[in-house]
Write a protein that binds this ligand. Structure first.
Ligand SMILES: NC(=O)c1ccc[n+]([C@@H]2O[C@H](COP(=O)([O-])OP(=O)(O)OC[C@H]3O[C@@H](n4cnc5c(N)ncnc54)[C@H](OP(=O)(O)O)[C@@H]3O)[C@@H](O)[C@H]2O)c1
Length: 298
């Protein structure tokens, strides 16, 4: 019989991709949407072989009904404390009430347990949720995929690959390698992990790893448009800049990605050592290369 997997946050960018990947693997997918979910997001799910359930995300009992009989609950929620800590805790409570054996939290990030508190607000919220998750009687698996590969190509002005200024900006060490994973690769891997009863507490993956110096060489050799390799400072400079920017822009406390949060992600990228040791755990997965990702941009 197909295993039942419940997805909270299924209407999101990554959530829809995970629903698709699970459906391809033959899982019995229950995609949860919140009351008031937008029609276009539901439409994207309707074309997949998944059961869409609109639920009151504040109701443990309503959520528990949907979780009944599931092998795993996958959270792909995105937001600030009200979502990552509060709503995700309600989903966790529902999974516990329904005696679901496994939970995948909405991490999909750098290996943040390695970073001290206070350096990345969005990752601190995940750490806060982990304290509840780790105390709960349920097995869990975090997917640590580094930054999404699309972070490099979806925007024109990310310091690490700044298309506007033709610059590869870095902090501290031009040879520091960063592991990136594309959204589709994260989704395919998460689907495999959701169906893996023996998945460990953490899985570390990357579609590709690249240093700033290698990135600059890539722009010259492959893109045929050399970007300049530019040192933007040391890690202490970046820490100090993030602190002062955050203090100067308190309105960003209510935004998911204020400018200072982008700086905090840069600090995480250049200070959390990412070791993608789990790429080979599931056979048959194809990993996107940097060249393929950049080719998709144009
Ligand atoms: N590593 C990286 O570089 C990177 C980059 C981006 C995201 N991420 C992570 O990937 C995960 C998914 O992000 P995403 O980009 O797919 O986010 P997204 O597209 O914004 O989707 C978020 C999902 O959460 C739901 N949601 C938000 N607030 C909610 C609430 N109060 N109650 C119930 N549901 C709520 C949304 O529902 P609606 O559709 O109804 O709004 C949607 O289904 C997050 O953990 C995010 O931090 C990682």
């Amino acid at each position: 019989m197909a295993e039942k997997i419940v997805i909270a946050g299924a209407t999101g960018n990554l959530g829809t991709r995970i629903a698709h990947a699970l459906s391809k693997r033959g899982a019995d997918v229950v995609a949860l949407g919140r009351i008031g979910a937008r029609a276009n997001k539901l439409k994207a799910l309707e074309s997949l072989r998944v059961k869409i359930r609109i639920v009151d995300m504040a109701s443990v009992s309503d959520l528990a009904k949907e979780c009944d009989g599931a092998a795993c609950v996958v959270s792909v929620l995105a937001g600030l404390r009200d979502v990552i800590v509060d709503t995700q805790s309600i989903v966790l409570e529902a999974a516990l009430a329904a005696r679901v054996p496994r939970f995948i939290p909405s991490d999909y990030s750098m290996d943040f347990p390695k970073q001290p508190d206070g350096e990345n607000r969005n990752l601190d919220l995940r750490r806060e949720f982990h304290r509840r998750l780790d105390a709960a009687p349920i097995a869990s698996t975090s997917i640590f995929n580094g930054p999404f590969g699309e972070v490099l190509t979806m925007y024109n002005h990310v310091p690490l690959l700044d298309f506007n200024q033709k610059m590869v900006g870095y902090w501290e060490d031009p040879d520091w390698r960063i592991g990136f994973t594309t959204m589709n690769d994260v989704a395919e891997y998460t689907a495999a992990a959701a169906l893996d009863q023996r998945a460990p507490r953490a899985l570390r993956i990357a579609s590709f790893s690249v240093s700033p110096r290698e990135l600059a060489k890539f722009t010259a050799d492959v893109m045929k448009t050399p970007f300049q390799l530019v040192r933007l400072g040391g890690l202490e400079d970046l820490r100090a800049q993030n602190k002062s920017e955050r203090a100067a822009h308190p309105e960003g406390e209510n935004e998911l990605y204020p400018l200072w949060q982008v700086g905090q992600y840069m600090l995480s990228m250049f200070s959390i050592r990412h070791a993608p040791n789990d790429n080979d755990r599931y056979p048959g997965l194809k990993w996107t290369s940097l060249a393929d990702l950049v080719a998709q941009r144009s």
